[in-house]
Design a protein around this ligand. Structure first.
Ligand code: HEM
Length: 529
């Protein structure tokens, strides 16, 4: 009897200790006097995300709404405290004005475990800064102009491929198809290689792209690790999810890029692509800004004035570093651009009047230029651009921006201090759907971005490419690719809703990016059929 009582007391004490340890972090925001949403064990405030019942966009939208009336608030992802920002003025401090306190993302950099992870998106501190400074000139408008013809060639392949399905009025899953286009664009613009995805949809790189995005094990791993960092130490997640976290087809990617570099160096071959600029960087230490740099490039040129100062020691561009940049260009460019084009086509199918207006603009611009699509012609299509901005508002490819506090910080206008290492989340999707900034947010209305209306919302409430020194480096390249893809498709075909279309679209609960759960199905027909 006594023994049973002793066991029960020991067990009870153990449970109390365990509970105290597990919930220790849950006092984090209270201690700092920060308003927070009460967490529950063990998921904190993100139970629906962990249970895969809600998309990441909707999860943080829900928390954003719960914090209504506050400029910011505390939440918990598992046991990890996160500061969720709501007020665009405050967001400006975190992303730009006080960047020195928030220059990193909370992503692991380990060359041995992940040789493809040494890229701009992941890198921290001075290594990131030095690399960003070196790579910035690769993305000027002059360099992008040089790649324009490579993008239009790939778009022509796409148009040709669609002739048959359009004649038959078929329903197609458009995202997968646009994935062929994005793969070919990256192949020619990043690696100077023809992937021919339309002719051979099972080419290694096409498979690589598909594999990357369907590797939900990788996402699960990432979410689980950020929610419960203790598991990192014991390596539990790795053993639970086979293949999780490993770069899919990573070895193949490394081999391909290294082979191209070796071939070019041995044979003195030069092309106007990203890889060539990386090779130049390796050999010369720099890529020149274009002589013809436009006014838009001022921001890029002034990068060194805003990014954190410090150890300016030269950065050696090793082969692994070069391959990693190719990898991030592939991943970042592939998924985001495919998803913007396909979400846009979905909205144009749901709103045929808007589709007709965009097509009329494309037709006029082409007519005035003898039917030829040039860099200048594409820049003149302002309604097309508004339509893309509206697509990125409703479906931001990256639904949340994250920063890690790199130096203790007092939140402006308060006495609350956040420690180095604290995670900060900027919920772009939620801001883009806040009726205070974008009335009737579910309505697809490109006129929100017209000349007259585009200043009606605060700058930091619209963040499809992020902001500040860590803004998307490929923004102009991505926009160009999306514009060319859409203009060529709309000049030849019509898109409408079919039986398989889901209206409204349901977002995937397993993807870290904004993607449609069951793909994007549309009927394609020749124009005016
Ligand atoms: C429409 C297409 C694209 C969208 C919507 C997009 C969106 C974004 C967003 C939201 C970020 C995070 C910014 C932040 O945290 O403030 C980002 C970062 C980044 N993007 Fe893009 N992106 C696109 C295309 C591209 C392309 C084509 C490339 C490469 C060629 C690229 C390369 C990168 C890189 C390297 C970063 C990390 C930058 C850094 O931390 O310094 N992106 N992108």
């Amino acid at each position: 009897m006594l023994a049973t009582l002793q066991v029960a007391i020991a067990l009870g004490s153990l449970l109390v200790i365990l509970y105290t340890i597990l919930t220790w972090n849950y006092g984090y925001w209270k201690k700092r006097g920060v308003h927070y949403i009460p967490p529950t064990l063990p998921a904190g405030n993100v139970k629906e995300l962990i249970m895969q019942k809600m998309s990441i966009s909707h999860m943080y939208d829900k928390l954003y709404k719960q914090l209504q009336g506050h400029r910011f608030g505390g939440i918990f992802r598992g046991f990890t405290p996160i500061l969720l920002l709501r007020d665009p003025e405050l967001i400006k401090h975190f992303l730009t004005k006080d960047f020195i306190h928030f220059h990193d993302r909370n992503l692991p950099v380990d060359e041995k475990k992940n040789p493809l992870g040494l890229h701009l998106f992941f890198l921290h501190g001075h290594l990131w800064r030095n690399l960003r400074m070196k790579l910035t000139p690769t993305f000027t408008s002059g360099k992008i102009k040089m790649m324009f013809s490579l993008i239009t060639e790939s778009s022509q392949e796409m148009v040709k491929y669609l002739e048959e399905p359009a004649k038959k009025g078929e329903s197609i899953e458009i995202k997968d198809l646009i994935g062929h286009f994005s793969t070919d664009v990256i192949g020619s613009c990043a690696f100077g290689t023809q992937f021919n995805s339309f002719k051979d949809p099972d080419t290694g790189f096409r498979k690589f792209g598909r594999g990357l995005m369907s590797n939900s094990g990788g996402l699960l791993n990432q979410i689980t690790l950020t929610c419960f960092p203790i598991l990192k130490a014991v390596g539990v997640v790795k053993s639970l999810i086979p293949g999780a976290g490993k770069p899919y087809y990573g070895d193949m990617f490394i081999t391909l890029v290294k082979d191209v570099i070796e071939y070019r160096e041995k044979n003195g071959v030069e092309r106007s692509d990203f890889l060539q600029m990386l090779i130049k960087l390796k050999n010369k230490g720099k890529v020149d800004f274009d002589d013809v740099a436009s006014k838009d490039d001022d921001y890029l040129k002034n990068m060194d004035k805003i990014v954190t100062k410090g150890n300016d020691g030269d950065l050696e561009l090793t082969e692994n570093l070069m391959v990693s940049q190719c990898f991030v260009f592939f991943v970042a460019g592939y998924e985001t651009s495919s998803s913007v084009i396909s979400f846009c086509l979905h909205e144009l199918a749901v709103n045929p009047d808007i589709q007709s207006r965009v097509r009329a603009e494309v037709d006029n611009a082409l007519d005035e230029n003898g039917g030829e699509l040039t860099y200048g012609v594409i820049q003149s299509m302002t309604y097309l651009e508004q339509t893309i901005y509206e697509t990125l508002r409703k479906y931001p490819s990256v639904p949340n921006l994250e920063r890690m506090c790199t130096k203790e910080y007092v939140i402006p206008g308060t006495d609350a201090t956040i420690d180095k290492g604290t995670l900060v989340m900027i919920p772009s999707y939620a801001l883009h759907h806040d009726p205070e900034y974008f009335p009737d947010p579910e309505k697809f209305d490109p006129d929100r971005f017209s000349k007259e209306n585009k200043n009606s919302f605060p700058q930091y409430s619209y963040l499809p490419f992020g902001e500040g020194p860590r803004i998307c480096i490929g923004m102009r390249f991505g926009l160009m690719q999306v514009k060319v893809g859409l203009a060529t498709l709309l000049s030849k075909y019509e898109f409408s809703i079919c039986e398989k279309s889901s209206v409204p679209l349901i977002l995937s609960p397993v993807s870290p990016l904004t993607t449609a759960k069951a793909g994007i199905w549309l009927k394609i027909s020749p124009r005016d059929s």
